[in-house]
Write a protein that binds this ligand. Structure first.
Ligand SMILES: Nc1ncnc2c1ncn2[C@@H]1O[C@H](COP(=O)(O)OP(=O)(O)OP(=O)(O)O)[C@@H](O)[C@H]1O
Ligand SMILES: [Mg+2]
Length: 324
């Protein structure tokens, strides 16, 4: 079997809290992204999704976060050991990222043309004119109508959906092998969300860009992912191919997430929500981290941490499925 494009092994991230206490915010996180595929990372707010992907790009909060264990193998090379300079090269050519709110990543005082052509010229030796032509092509590719006019616009003159398309155009302009998208559609309304997801699917198919998609929306995952990692409180608690996860979810947390997807055949009032909240950093329960909220909690769950158990390509950390 060929080597995975990205392989995260036992990743551990420590954060320094404001009281100077060091806590593990991400722990025992392992997943793989194969070339041309889309991996979805899903989980409630605060479970460590953004920290995990920021660490892949060497963008953990400065002075606060650090990788304290594990490996991030990109094409077999460990990015966790890269210098800042080497990581800049990775971000420039190999792995790009788009964020939830494109307005924060676009510079409000420059036109789209300036930002797009400068990004393009930073990646390859081309003239201003060639960069402009390429910019038009990219805007066209991401479905921006009247691209020449949009080039002259400032970010605030575009709608949220258009801004996200511009960000995607910039992110793919260097021909990255991996596109990391951190909640790329959360700030958009539902129709635009669907269009942006469709665009990402096209990029995945046409440009063969592998995608790491972070979301808290199971519906989005079902649309676009090949594999899914479900995170809870800094850990991956279930990991499987998307079809397996949706037809046979095992972890009580995953089941809860799936029951909370709105469906046409269900009344909104019947929509399920998981009781309680994610335990705060530094106050992780001794046993299973979900035990305090789990409808199926058993005695041992409160005192013993369940190890990950693998059955084929379905991995789960839950005492219901562990024999030991
Ligand atoms: N710069 C930081 N300083 C202190 N704590 C942080 C920092 N960044 C993240 N955290 C904490 O680390 C934990 C994981 O955060 P992270 O941003 O990875 O969550 P997330 O899963 O991306 O959530 P969301 O869905 O809200 O984006 C949270 O408890 C968060 O408060
Ligand atoms: Mg986040």
């Amino acid at each position: 079997m060929s080597r995975p494009l990205l392989e995260v092994k036992d990743l551990e991230i420590q954060l320094k809290l404001s009281n100077k206490e060091m806590v593990k915010a991400v722990d025992r996180v392992s997943f793989t992204l194969n070339a041309g595929q889309t991996l979805g990372i899903v989980g409630e707010s605060g479970c460590g999704k953004s920290l995990t992907v920021s660490s892949i790009l060497g963008l953990l909060p400065k002075g606060t976060g650090r990788i304290s264990g594990g490996e991030i193998l990109y094409d077999g090379v460990n990015l966790a050991e890269f210098s800042n300079k080497q990581m800049r090269e990775i971000r420039r050519k190999h792995i790009s990222m788009i964020f939830q709110e494109p307005m924060t990543s676009l510079n409000p005082v420059y036109t789209i043309e300036k930002q797009l052509t400068e990004t393009l010229r930073a990646h390859s030796r081309i003239t201003r004119k060639q960069a402009y032509e390429k910019g038009l092509e990219l805007l066209d590719m991401v479905g921006i109508p009247a691209a020449a006019e949009r080039m002259k616009a400032f970010p605030h003159q575009l709608s949220g959906g258009m801004r996200q398309r511009v960000m995607i155009a910039m992110a793919v302009s260097s021909g990255p092998r991996i596109l990391i998208a951190d909640e790329p559609t959360t700030a958009l309304d539902v129709t635009i969300q669907a269009q942006i997801l469709e665009l990402m699917k096209e990029l995945n198919q046409n440009l063969k860009t592998s995608i790491l998609l972070i979301t808290h929306d199971m519906g989005v995952i079902s649309e676009i992912a090949d594999h899914v990692a479900v995170m809870y409180a800094g850990r991956i608690i279930e990991y499987a191919p998307v079809k397996v996860l949706f037809t046979n979810p095992l972890h009580p947390y995953t089941r809860g997430l799936l029951r909370s997807i709105p469906r046409l055949d269900r009344e909104i009032k019947d929509l399920y929500s998981i009781e309680g909240t994610v335990p705060p950093l530094g106050e992780m329960p001794k046993g299973c981290r979900f035990s305090g909220r789990c409808p199926d909690c058993m005695e041992r769950c409160k005192s013993q941490d369940p190890p990950p158990v693998k059955e084929g390509d379905h991995e789960i950390s839950c005492w219901k499925y562990a024999n030991a």
